[in-house]
Design a protein around this ligand. Structure first.
Ligand SMILES: Cc1cc2nc3c(=O)[nH]c(=O)nc-3n(C[C@H](O)[C@H](O)[C@H](O)COP(=O)(O)OP(=O)(O)OC[C@H]3O[C@@H](n4cnc5c(N)ncnc54)[C@H](O)[C@@H]3O)c2cc1C
Length: 469
């Protein structure tokens, strides 16, 4: 199908085909379905060509940038997988405070490159995801209370739509495509070839404070954090994590723990607020922490301890739950569930954007990403042995059953959307979902792109979309 001098193409049956499909996927959990071929463009022109070839051949298209979709949404049945891993350029215009970045750039690589210019961008908390999927999914990045989800720092993007045309999208040009690109994630009907993003001056300082307590103190710890939150500024990000025996990087003598990490990003042009963490005091009142750390950090290195909690080669399930409840009530069901998780590596991470005021600070309606509430719980189920798949799935189902009654929505990028396609619609504001469906159908009327990973969807181009959507 692809003529000479086109992008590198590996077809089903070729040597290396299986590796080209699965080696770039972070999650070791296997997914069914294989494309007919994998195309690896090195330039924007080769992406255009790959899309046009797929249209001409009547093949559907799946897209991959960094391969960090938990549900491996780039692995689909039939058609062409366009792997953008080699589109990883970074061009910084320090004077204009913008960078043009390829979708295959990893967050940690971008952060280090900007650090060298005295600049910063809200990359993800983990360093390895590609900016392609991260930004399209909204992007919950460092300092997200103050800097907002990272998609709000996209100035414009270039991409190939289903008609094979290369387009620029911004607030002034192809506005609807731009609106969709900031949050629609795997539903985005196009292939983004580059993003132009707004940069910030590197912070004047970053400070990190952490406390670790026994898990049985969960109530007291979450009460302390909930009460302190009211006095914390949006540039203080507090994460509470419950962890089991096998927590990566953890101490064996403290089997079940709850950790609290507070990170303050002090803006270069702001007053240096040395008291930003004062509302947290010395920790949970009356409790002596098992471990304690307080000290300076670099923004471009914040990902290092986070990356350690996601071991390579492991099997993963992930799911997310927004709730209107304050942290203390939101986490109440977790102590007992965490204590009997089949894998001690699994953990629950919570965030409160802008310390519980995230819903007020989000520019609602400006982009497809619009779902924020008081508290976010993210469940990561992590294990190694395929024989334990069913037990770990059953445990996640139990956790979900405990959290769903008070859940107001999900985060598309980290929700268990293959098993629960209904989580896709609930990752958006109710009022935005009909518009998202309408725009996807308008930009991709024949269903060229596989889109949201709903396994029930047929692979025939032009076929009706899943009733779940
Ligand atoms: C270890 C780990 C840590 C994570 N931490 C965070 C975090 O801190 N914050 C956060 O918000 N998310 C986080 N995520 C979720 C992550 O941001 C999403 O899974 C994101 O989609 C990954 O991007 P990717 O390009 O690596 O993924 P891919 O698997 O390559 O892409 C996912 C899907 O996005 C679409 N897509 C990707 N690139 C393009 C493109 N250029 N054009 C069109 N469509 C495209 C495709 O549909 C693709 O199938 C984490 C995930 C993992 C595995």
């Amino acid at each position: 199908m692809i003529a000479e001098q086109g992008p590198e193409t590996i077809r089903a049956g070729d040597e290396g085909f299986e590796g080209a499909v699965v080696d770039g996927v972070f999650n070791a959990m296997a997914v069914d379905g294989r494309p007919g071929e994998v195309v690896r463009p090195r330039t924007e022109a080769e992406v255009v060509r790959a899309v046009r070839d797929a249209v001409a051949a009547g093949e559907r298209v799946a897209v991959r940038s960094g391969g960090h979709s938990w549900v491996a949404s780039s692995v689909r049945d039939g058609g062409v997988l366009i792997d953008l891993g080699e589109l990883d350029g970074i061009a910084v215009d320090a004077e204009a405070m913008v960078a043009t970045i390829g979708p295959g750039v990893r967050g940690k690589v971008l952060s280090a490159a900007l650090d060298a210019h005295g600049l910063a961008f809200p990359v993800g908390h983990c360093g390895d995801p590609g900016v392609g999927g991260f930004l399209l999914g909204g992007g919950l990045g460092v300092n997200w209370g103050a800097w907002l989800p990272s998609c709000f720092s996209i100035r414009s993007l270039r991409g190939v739509t289903a008609d094979g045309e290369l387009r620029t999208a911004s607030l002034d040009e192809n506005e609807e495509l731009f609106w969709l690109a900031r949050g629609a994630g795997p539903g985005f009907p196009g292939v983004v070839t580059s993003f132009e993003v707004e940069l910030r001056p590197a912070p004047a300082a970053v400070r990190v404070s952490t406390w670790t307590y026994p898990l049985q103190e969960l109530d007291a710890v979450t009460r302390w954090v909930t009460e302190a939150s009211a006095g914390l500024a949006p540039n203080v990000e507090v994460a509470v994590v419950t962890q089991g025996v096998g927590r990566p990087g953890g101490a064996a003598e403290h089997p079940l723990v709850v950790g609290v990490a507070a990170t303050v990003v002090i803006e270069a042009d702001g007053a240096v607020d040395t008291d930003a963490l004062a509302p947290l005091g010395d920790g949970a009142p009356g409790l002596v922490p098992l471990e304690r750390f307080e000290g300076p950090a670099r923004l471009s290195e914040l990902h290092v301890p986070v990356d350690a909690t996601y071991p390579e080669g492991a099997r993963y399930l992930a799911d997310t739950f927004w709730t209107h409840l304050p942290l203390e009530q939101a986490m109440a069901p977790l102590e007992e569930l965490i204590a009997r998780a089949p894998s001690g590596k699994s953990y629950v991470l919570t965030g409160m954007p802008a310390n519980g005021r995230g819903a007020e600070l989000l520019p609602v309606g400006e982009a497809a990403y619009g779902m924020h509430d008081t508290t976010l719980l993210i469940v990561y189920v992590i294990w190694d042995n395929p024989a334990d798949d069913a037990a770990n799935r059953a445990w996640l189902d139990e956790v979900a059953a405990a959290l769903l009654p008070t859940c107001t929505g999900h985060v598309l990028s980290e929700a268990d959307i293959r098993a629960h396609p209904e989580r896709i619609a609930r990752s958006f504001r109710e009022v935005d979902w009909p518009r998202i469906k309408e725009l996807i159908a308008r930009f991709d009327p024949d269903g060229l792109f596989h889109g949201f990973p709903v396994t029930t969807r047929t692979t025939t181009p032009g076929a009706p979309r899943s009733p779940a959507l």
